[in-house]
Design a binder for this molecule. Structure first.
Ligand SMILES: [Fe+2]
Length: 246
């Protein structure tokens, strides 16, 4: 048996080092494959989530259009209110990114009107007390229709509470102030803005400037003053642009 020399030790250390390096390189290649697989999975998941969101939005728009198709003079009311509402929500600090269902609620706010007969909805003379009571039920009917549609989430609160007023004199629940969901308080201002700036059979459309004055005068009674303050930060031009893109 030959004696162990310094050369043997160096050769054996070198061999172990090379083996360790090969193992490390193999592990690194495996990790890179895992990372690449994960990136692919994330990409596919993101695409699926976007597709799902597009499908939800298309379904909501179809339902919203079906409701609006009955009503010739309001045109694209729901689309405009949704656009104004999203702008206003952002200015109010309500993060629509955290709650994308809010837009669904804006679009579907009047879905309960499907239960109101045309003869009442489009009556040119004043409504009887019973007829008015039926019209006032549309937020409750709407939220009942949508009750089991889970993906609408907070949007259903907009449907139920879009006619509440800051001072508690609204319906259906007579909620006061902060008890009214913020998205519904935002919606109320956007809805009034569109109603005022759209031609009606009994009056022409107001300018955005005039509508702004009307809304300002109702801060603290009909509308949340903080939402109106956020509304004041948005220019007439910005609202005009939103209207013209629809
Ligand atoms: Fe309504």
């Amino acid at each position: 048996m030959s004696p162990i020399t310094g050369d043997d030790t160096v050769a054996s250390l070198r061999a172990r080092l090379e083996q360790t390096e090969r193992q490390a390189a193999a592990r690194q290649r495996q990790l890179e494959r895992y990372a690449s697989d994960l990136r692919e999975v994330f990409k596919q998941e993101r695409a699926r989530a976007q597709e799902l969101r597009r499908s939800y939005m298309a379904t909501v728009r179809a339902l919203s259009n079906a409701v609006e198709a009955r009503d010739a003079y309001t045109g694209k009311h729901a689309e405009r209110v949704a656009a104004y509402g999203l702008e206003l929500a952002a200015a109010t600090g309500l993060s629509v990114a955290d709650s994308p269902q809010i837009e669904f609620g804006f679009l579907l706010h009047d879905v309960g009107k499907v239960a109101v007969p045309d003869a009442i909805l489009f009556k040119s003379s004043s409504l009887t007390a019973e007829e008015y009571a039926l019209v006032r039920r549309h937020p409750v009917i709407g939220s009942e229709i949508l009750r089991d549609v889970d993906f609408l989430g907070e949007g259903k609160l907009v449907v139920r509470h879009h006619h509440e007023r800051w001072d508690g004199s609204g319906y259906p629940d007579g909620l006061i102030g902060d008890a009214i969901p913020l998205a519904a308080r935002v919606f109320a201002v956007a809805d009034a803005l569109d109603a005022l700036t759209t031609d009606r059979p009994y009056r022409p459309a107001s300018t955005f400037t005039r509508a702004r004055q009307v809304i300002r005068d109702s801060a603290g009674s009909q509308f949340d003053p903080e939402v109106v303050a956020a509304f004041e930060e948005i220019s007439d031009d910005a609202f005009e642009r939103l209207r013209n893109t629809l």
